[in-house]
Structures are given as structure tokens and as C-alpha cells.
Design a binder for this molecule. Structure first.
Ligand code: UTP
Length: 300
């Protein structure tokens, strides 16, 4: 069965507990934390839509109602904005519900990213699909999904996004061993390990939160035992895809990501995302840059 072709469905898991960002994430999902004036998840959905996705399935859990509300119509707010003559903002607010067809499935118990993705089986069907982690922000100036979709159309199978990280940080990520291909930006993945123990990582290439996955992953996830941290790990199912024959949906390649991305579930990375995105904005950048420069010079 060939699964090459246009990717139009994305699965966005947002059911994690966000424990690294407590207490802010006790009652607010980490994906709803604002990055300047939009919640982090809005950047993720806009990135998917810009790459051609027209159908989004959120894998949600308890406390995620604010996220559903964000992507729904809000008639009274829209009316108030219209009455105040704020038609630009009214259009932005009403447009959020039309970014893509939005669907929701609940994970129930957050048993890991692999378990979250397995919830998407019925919705996804038999086509390759994208997965975007809801707390992983890719800078709009350095998108990676188009390259991943093109690689999937050419090579089939599943496509990961890998980023070089310092040796002392690779234990925080899924890690890939790779072989080169004739394209310097695309590698063949030969081994995947989730959060390797210090000194055991096969490379310093970290898996980041963008995936194109063959639906063969669902059967593998169903039969997967809990892995690292007692969770059903997506990395373990992807590792099994490496050795599956191509005609059964196997084969894993990766695009090397050389742009900017932020993990908004991590406090320091979140702060960097806010500063960097604000500095890039015409309305805020110049004033923020001037203030930061004075602040860092000890003048404030
Ligand atoms: P993380 O490991 O970053 O999320 O998962 P977490 O568990 O919320 O993080 P901390 O360590 O407690 O702060 C990556 C993505 O997978 C989702 C998360 O919402 C996040 O977008 N996820 C994770 C689920 O949807 N379900 C899970 O069971 C685990």
C-alpha cells in the first residue's frame, strides 16, 4: 500500500500535564500560555495550515476547555468588537474557527505521547498524517513542514525532524542514529532511542515535535509495552517502523532542521520564544530592543 501524497490531516496532542510549568499550568493548559498576544497553540495550528493542513485533530484531556473555546466562534465578543468598530480584531477572532476543520478526542489518562497519537486511529484512517506537538514552536521564518511533506511524497514511509543539540542535552530528547542520503538535508534513520542515558546516545541529533507518520504506526502502538518513564512512547513505535518493509508502511527518514524552535513547556525556552517573537514584531520589536539593551547595560 502506498501512502505517498498530499498530507492534509494533522494530529496535535495537547493532553500532557505540563508539570514543568506548574503552578501556571494547574488550571491553564501549557499550550494556552500566551506568546506575546497569541496562545502557543495558535502558532502551531497556523504553521500546519500554512503547510496545507485542512483538518486538525486535537488529542485533549481534562482542563483543556479553554483551548476548544479558543478555536470556536464567540458571538458576543465578536458583536462587541463590531459595535466598537474593531473590525480587524473581529475578523481575526472569528477567523480562528475557520483555520481548519477542528476535531477533538479525549485521551482520558495521559499515558504518554504514543498513547495520545493512538487515539487518532479512527479519525486518521489509511493516509499518512502529520503530528505537531502543541508545545513545540517552530519560528515562522524557518518552517520545516513543507520540506517534510515533500520528503514523504518522494520517499514514502515516515519522516521525522531532527535538530543538532549539545551533547549534554541529548538525554532530554528522542535521539536518532542516521545514514546520509544524496540530499544533505535528508537522512535515513537507522535507530531511535527515547531520552538516552548519559554517554549512550548514538548521535547528537534530537527528534523535535514535528512528524509525518505512516498509519502502520497504529498497529504498532496497540501492541507496544510501556517504555521509558512507564509511558507508551511514540519513539518506540517509530523505531519499529524503521525495520518494517516499505510495502507495509515501513521506512523512516528525517529532515535536518536548522531553524529556530522553542519548547514552550520549558520555562527558559518559553521566555526565549516570547522575547524572540516580540523582537521580530514591527509594533513591539523596536521598543523592546531599546529597553532590553538599556536593561542589560544596567541602566534601568
Ligand atoms: P511532554 O512530555 O512535553 O508533555 O509531551 P507533558 O507530559 O505535559 O510535560 P511535563 O514534562 O509534564 O511538563 C509532549 C507533547 O505531548 C503531549 C503534551 O501535551 C505535549 O504537547 N502529551 C504528552 C499528550 O498529549 N499525552 C501524554 O500522555 C503525554
Amino acid at each position: 500500500m502506498s501512502n505517498r501524497g498530499k498530507i492534509h490531516k494533522a494530529v496535535i496532542p495537547v493532553a500532557g500535564l505540563g508539570t514543568r510549568f506548574l503552578p501556571a499550568t494547574k488550571a491553564t493548559p501549557k499550550e494556552m500560555l500566551p506568546v506575546v498576544d497569541k496562545p502557543a497553540i495558535q502558532y502551531v495550528v497556523e504553521e500546519a495550515v500554512a503547510a496545507g493542513i485542512n483538518d486538525v485533530l486535537f488529542v485533549t484531556g481534562r482542563n483543556k476547555e479553554s483551548l476548544e473555546n479558543h478555536f470556536d466562534r464567540s458571538p458576543s465578543l465578536e458583536q462587541t468588537l463590531a459595535e466598537r468598530g474593531a473590525s480587524d480584531m473581529q475578523a481575526k477572532i472569528s477567523g480562528l474557527a475557520n483555520l481548519a476543520a477542528m476535531h477533538y478526542v479525549r485521551q482520558g489518562v495521559p499515558m504518554g505521547l504514543g498513547h495520545a497519537v493512538s487515539m487518532a486511529k479512527a479519525h486518521v484512517g489509511n493516509q499518512a498524517f502529520a503530528v505537531l506537538l502543541g508545545d513545540d514552536l517552530v519560528d515562522v521564518k524557518t518552517p520545516i513542514l513543507p520540506e517534510m511533506f515533500a520528503a514523504q511524497a518522494k520517499l514514502g514511509g515516515s519522516i521525522l525532524a531532527l535538530m543538532e543539540v549539545p551533547d549534554d542535552q541529548i538525554h532530554l530528547y528522542g535521539c536518532a542514529a542516521v545514514e546520509p542520503t544524496d540530499n544533505p538535508d535528508i537522512v535515513r534513520v537507522t535507530e531511535l532511542v527515547e531520552k538516552p542515558a548519559a554517554g549512550t546516545a548514538p548521535s547528537n541529533l534530537a527528534v523535535i515535535g514535528r512528524y509525518v507518520i505512516d498509519p502502520a504506526v497504529f498497529e504498532l502502538l496497540e501492541n507496544l509495552a510501556p517504555g521509558r518513564g512507564g509511558e507508551i512512547q511514540l519513539t518506540d513505535a517509530l523505531a519499529s517502523l524503521i525495520n518494517l518493509p516499505a510495502e507495509s508502511g515501513g521506512g523512516v527518514h528525517a529532515v535536518i532542521f536548522r531553524g529556530k524552535r522553542y519548547d514552550t513547556g520549558d520555562k527558559l525556552s518559553y521566555l526565549k520564544s516570547v522575547v524572540s517573537i516580540a523582537l521580530d514584531r514591527e509594533d513591539l520589536g523596536p521598543d523592546l530592543r531599546a529597553w532590553l539593551t538599556s536593561y542589560l547595560a544596567g541602566q534601568i
